[in-house]
Design a protein around this ligand. Sequence first.
Ligand code: COI
Length: 353
Amino acid sequence: MSVPVTLTTSPKQKPAADSLGFGKFFTDHMFVLDYSSAKGWHDGRIIPYEPISLDPASKVFHYGQAIFEGLKAYITVDGEALLFRPDRNFARLNHSAERLCIPAIDEQQALEALKQLVEVDRAWIPTEAGTSLYIRPFIIATEADLGVDESTEYKFIIIMSPSGSYYAEGINPVKIMVEKKYVRAVVGGTGEAKTSGNYASSLISSKEAHEQGYSQTLWLDGKENKYVEEVGSMNIFFKINGTVVTPELTGSILPGITRDSMIQVLKHKNIPIEERHIAIDEVIDAHTNGTLEEVFGTGTAAVISPVGRLLWEGEELVINNEEIGDVSQLLYDTLTGIQSGKINDDFNWTIRL
Ligand code: COI
């Protein structure tokens, strides 16, 4: 079922591919769906991209009842538009919604609305290598009421942004700082949900990392400050002595869709992969004894991002001579190959419009 579309009367100029960066420009249209306890989710529509007007007492401003997703649309080598595993994003959005007492959306209808939106703004999908249309669905609590309880009104909005690399380094290795002072999440908290608050509380750490010349923070577990969890915008993988290891999902780690996809690719290629607890000490020991072969992150925005330097307790570990490792390169080529249609999608991950 399609939603009504109001087209813009003043289309914007599209940015040049080399000026894109990440999340700086927005397409001409957006999708909006409202919720009230009387009507449920209703009035889905595609309208010109515009500021939204909210009551200053809206709960989102005070109690942070907000969740979001990130996914991408691509133009394939044969000129078709495709989405990468959008069903997983809407499933995860509902998982986050449950954690923050936000009413579930209809995943199938959200996907249909997204396809329609991408179709309307199809000309905004950049085609240059390394670029894509980053899609940001989000839900905010809009009831004007300062009581600390769940909102009775919400907005579900999808906006889209033609984007290049998330990191200025592109696929070149980034520098990451292991965080010791702050924690991101604990089991039972909101770590495995994609809530805006998780990112708000991480900002101080990324700010301090940036001040020291590092792109982001590698978080340890919030209880023992011992086990590796994830990086600010990506899940993390280590290749130690031929085996790829990534932290298992214990309840405080975001279940990344790229993470899941890359685990499946590794299994498919018969590269040993383990999901388990991995202590930061094991990583340091592996570096000391020369078996830490690669470190890389995975994420929708970050794609596959090799880590070239890791700062831990004032000491900097240089990984793989700050070069892109074989497994990182293989995963990058496979993922971007599927997304660009250059490689057959044996996993059935892509949805063509
Ligand atoms: C994504 O990879 O889509 C993310 O949500 C990470 C970040 C940009 C918040």
